[in-house]
Write a protein that binds this ligand. Structure first.
Ligand SMILES: [Zn+2]
Length: 426
C-alpha cells in the first residue's frame, strides 16, 4: 500500500496541534517571577508574542544577538531536546536552531506528569554532604559540637550533618520501597558520590582532577600549584565538594526520577568559639526549589539552558507543590515550625524568592538548578537548637539496620507523609 505523504503530514500536524494547546507563554509568564532574584537579568531575556530569547550578555540583547531562541510553538521540541541531550549543552544550543523538519520530533514529546500512585514512582534521595567522621566533618564545615555545660549536660555534644542525612535517606528508602516506589540513593555511608571518602579521594584522585582541570583551562597553573603545595585540607575538601555536587546532578538526571529529595539539616551559623557552637534558641524548617537567579548567574551556557528549562517546563510548579506538601508534613508530623516569610535570614532575604508557599523558597543552588523534574531541597530543622541538638546526639532509634536518633525517625515520617500527600494532589 502506498501511503500518501500528505496524509502523514496532516497526521503530524494534528498531533502537534494537541500539544500546542498548552499555553507556554502563560506558563513562562507565571514562572519568570520565581526565576529572577535580581532584575538586572531581564537585560538578558526577551519574551514577546513570538517566543522567548535568552542572551549571553546585556550587550548581545542590544545587538539583537540571542544565544538561544525558542518560539512558543517550538517549546515541546526544545524540551524534548533537553531530555535527549542530558548534559551536552553545546548540542542543545546547536539543535535549538530549528529546521522545519526537526520541529516534528516535538510531536513525540510528552511532559513529565506528576505521579498519581506511589507504586512504580522513581524517587532519588540525595543525602547532603559526605564526611565519614566528626574530624572530616570539621574540614567540611558541616559539624555540630556544643559544650555540655551550655545544654545542661555532663558531656559535650558532637555529631555531623552527613551522617544524619544519610541515616534519613537510608530509612526513608526502606519505607518508600515497601510502598512500591523505586528508590535510589546518590551516595553510600561516609562517602561522596565518587564512592570514596575524602581521605581516599585526596590520596588517589585529587592530583588527576587538578591535572584535568589544568589541561581544560578550568584552573590556572598558579592555582594548580597553590592547590598542590599550599591549600589546606579545608580548601581541598571544598574543591572536591564542587565536583561532588556536579556529579550528583549527573547521576540523578541519568536516573530520570519522578521526584528527588535533597536532604539537609540546617544550622544558625552562630559564632563558633574554640570549635564549639553556642545553642540557638529558634528552630524552623525550610525548603528550596530552583529559581531565584541572581546578578551574573546567567553567564554560562549551562545556566541559561537550565533557566530556560525552569521557565518553559512544569518542573518548578511540581517542585513547589512537592516542597509545600513536605513542609506541611514537617509542621504536622515532626512538629517543626516553618520559617516565617518575614524573617531576617540573609540568604532568604537576599538570595531567594518566596515561592508563595510557607517555608518554600526559590534559590539558585548547584543542585536546585541542575536536577530535572520535581525536587525538594529540605532543611528540616536547626541542629544547633538546644532541644534538637540534645535529641540528635542520642542513638536511641533503629530502623533499616541504621542506629540513629529518634528525631531522625520524625523527619523520615514527615518526608514520607509529604511525598504521599504530593502524589495524592489532583
Ligand atoms: Zn547541608
Amino acid at each position: 500500500m502506498k501511503i500518501n505523504p500528505l496524509f502523514i503530514f496532516g497526521f503530524l500536524l494534528l498531533s502537534f496541534s494537541t500539544f500546542a494547546q498548552i499555553d507556554y507563554q502563560a506558563r513562562a509568564k507565571k514562572n519568570i517571577d520565581y526565576l529572577i532574584r535580581n532584575e538586572v537579568l531581564l537585560d538578558q531575556i526577551l519574551m514577546n508574542e513570538e517566543g522567548v530569547q535568552i542572551f549571553a550578555s546585556a550587550k548581545d540583547k542590544k545587538n539583537e544577538n540571542p544565544d538561544i531562541s525558542v518560539s512558543w510553538k517550538n517549546v515541546p521540541f526544545f524540551l524534548k531536546l533537553l531530555e535527549n541531550n542530558k548534559s551536552n549543552v553545546q548540542g542543545i544550543k546547536q539543535n535549538a536552531e530549528l529546521s522545519e523538519l526537526k520541529k516534528y520530533t516535538a510531536v513525540k514529546f510528552k511532559e513529565q506528569k506528576k505521579p498519581t500512585s506511589i507504586k512504580g514512582t522513581r524517587i532519588v534521595l540525595d543525602p547532603g554532604h559526605s564526611a565519614h567522621n566528626l574530624e572530616t566533618a570539621i574540614l567540611e564545615r558541616k559539624f555540630m559540637k556544643i559544650k555540655g555545660e551550655d545544654v545542661g549536660s555532663s558531656s559535650d555534644i558532637g555529631f555531623y550533618e552527613a551522617e544524619l542525612t544519610w541515616a534519613t535517606a537510608k530509612i526513608l528508602k526502606k519505607r518508600l520501597k515497601k510502598k512500591g516506589a523505586k528508590v535510589y540513593i546518590t551516595r553510600k555511608k561516609g562517602k561522596s558520590s565518587f564512592k570514596t571518602n575524602f581521605n581516599k579521594w585526596k590520596k588517589k584522585k585529587f592530583k588527576n582532577e587538578l591535572q584535568a582541570d589544568l589541561s581544560q583551562k578550568i584552573i590556572t597553573q598558579k592555582k594548580y600549584n597553590w592547590y598542590l603545595n599550599e591549600a589546606s585540607d579545608k580548601d581541598i575538601f571544598k574543591y572536591m565538594n564542587v565536583k561532588d555536587l556536579k556529579n550528583r546532578v549527573k547521576i540523578i538526571n541519568n536516573l530520570n526520577p519522578d521526584l528527588t529529595l535533597m536532604i539537609h539539616y540546617n544550622a544558625s551559623g552562630s559564632k563558633i568559639k574554640n570549635g564549639f557552637y553556642s545553642p540557638f534558641k529558634n528552630n524552623y524548617a525550610m525548603a528550596f526549589t530552583g529559581g531565584g537567579f541572581m546578578t551574573n548567574e546567567l553567564n554560562t551556557l549551562e545556566a541559561r539552558i537550565n533557566f530556560l528549562r525552569l521557565l518553559l517546563s512544569e518542573d518548578l510548579t511540581h517542585s513547589i507543590a512537592l516542597s509545600d506538601a513536605i513542609m506541611k508534613a514537617h509542621v504536622n508530623v515532626a512538629k517543626i515550625p516553618l520559617i516565617k516569610n518575614k524573617n531576617n535570614v540573609r540568604y532568604l532575604q537576599r538570595n531567594s524568592v518566596y515561592a508563595d508557599a510557607p517555608g518554600v523558597y526559590c534559590r539558585n543552588l548547584a543542585m536546585t538548578r541542575g536536577v530535572k523534574g520535581a525536587i525538594c531541597f529540605g532543611e528540616s530543622l536547626m541542629q544547633d537548637n538546644k532541644e534538637e541538638a540534645i535529641a540528635l546526639n542520642k542513638k536511641n532509634y533503629k530502623e533499616a539496620r541504621v542506629k540513629t536518633s529518634k528525631r531522625i525517625k520524625d523527619i523520615v515520617d514527615a518526608f514520607e507523609k509529604g511525598i504521599i500527600e504530593y502524589i495524592n494532589l489532583n
